[in-house]
Write a protein that binds this ligand. Structure first.
Ligand code: GTP
Ligand code: MG
Ligand code: ZN
Length: 328
């Protein structure tokens, strides 16, 4: 259901009308038609409750109207806005439209505190540090599950490639994900390597970066959106310092794309998902024809897991996630 500011349309309600429509606070066709005529805008930044939208070609702040306060809106949301009433007024968000796709995470696998990373994006680009690839791949497998749940694609950007002498680790990773149609590019943000490949991967899309702190998301962002001027951080002995604190979408003029720089995350929880739902978001397992419809491929009689075309590391990932979602 779209989230709507009802108070803005109270004048459409007949106070004496006891109809169930009124009680369930659904919109009358007249009120609905009125909202449908309003301008639409797209949320490009959310920073501690301050919402910025792209409205009539300009990036402007747009507070949530009236009873919309408390509504969750995220970068990428399509919203309807009430136009400014005078020169000093600002557009106000009166409705957050239903999302086509949504990437969410929870604090950890046992929580269900869903946080929206991006709405209505075509793909999430998981940025991995070449010098910590195995750790990155575990994170990537989690994001791939969340992206599959939310209906968006996943792509990979292996950054910091100047820091490794032997590139075979990247080749191995590419081989692991190629059968899953996950596109991959290799960059060094500090050397400026691979930027064209990253641009090609973004071309014409709405994409969001995701990754641990310190992998170089904002450094890459500044390279491809020079006016962005995002702060970039130091990497300490225990990784990044969580330099970026709020998400921001900007247009990538070179390839007519939109890209969202996001804060680095420590953990990418999948608490919104039950253990029984996990296999369906591993394409290699979803393809299996096990005798039980909801087989979780964990020792059930007749399970076809042995015939699965799955990389051993991906299977290990599945088993780790399954155990974690079961509270193990
Ligand atoms: N050697 C090397 N250093 C890089 C590269 N990309 C980024 N860095 C450095 O890594 C540090 C962290 O970069 P950021 O761009 O702030 O990382 P981030 O992913 O945005 O981190 P958060 O905002 O904390 O999530 C900075 O000191 C960058 O200069 C790279 O390709 N090679
Ligand atoms: Mg950053
Ligand atoms: Zn099975």
């Amino acid at each position: 259901m779209p989230r709507i500011d009802m108070d803005a349309y109270e004048d459409d309600w007949d106070e004496d009308d006891p109809s169930p429509v009124r009680r369930s606070r659904e919109l009358s066709p007249a009120a609905r038609a009125k909202i449908d005529q309003l301008d639409s805008a797209r949320v490009v930044a959310v920073d501690r409750g301050r919402v910025t939208v792209l409205y009539e070609g300009e990036v402007v702040e747009a507070p949530l109207a009236g009873t919309m306060r408390g509504t969750k809106t995220a970068v990428g949301d399509h919203v309807r806005v009430r136009a400014p009433r005078n020169e000093s007024d600002v557009p106000r968000i009166v409705e957050v439209l239903d999302r086509d796709t949504v990437l969410t995470r929870t604090g950890d696998d046992s929580q269900d505190d869903e946080r929206i990373i991006v709405a209505n994006a075509d793909q999430v680009v998981v940025v991995l540090a070449a010098d910590h690839l195995e750790l990155g791949a575990r994170f990537l497998d989690r994001v791939m599950v969340a992206a599959s749940v939310g209906g968006l694609d996943t792509a990979i950007c292996v950054n910091r490639c100047d820091l490794i002498g032997d590139r075979s680790v990247i080749d191995d990773l590419a081989e692991r994900y190629a059968p899953l149609d996950v596109r991959l590019c290799v960059t060094s943000a500090t050397e400026g390597d691979g930027v064209d490949d990253l641009l090609e991967l973004l071309a014409g899309t709405w994409s969001a970066f995701a990754g641990h702190s310190g992998v170089g998301k904002s450094t890459l962002f500044n390279l491809i959106v020079p006016e962005a001027n995002r702060d970039v951080g130091e990497v300490g002995p225990r990784g990044g310092r969580h330099t970026t604190t709020a998400s921001r979408a900007m247009h990538v003029d070179a390839v007519d794309a939109w890209l969202v720089d996001t804060p680095g995350v420590r953990s990418f929880g999948l608490g919104q998902l039950g253990p029984r739902d996990l296999a369906r978001h591993f394409p290699e397992l979803a393809a299996l024809d096990c005798p039980m419809d909801d087989c979780i491929h964990d020792g059930e009689p007749g399970c076809k897991i042995a015939s699965a075309q799955i990389h051993p590391e991906r299977l290990a990932s599945y088993r780790r996630l399954l155990a974690s979602l079961r509270g193990g």
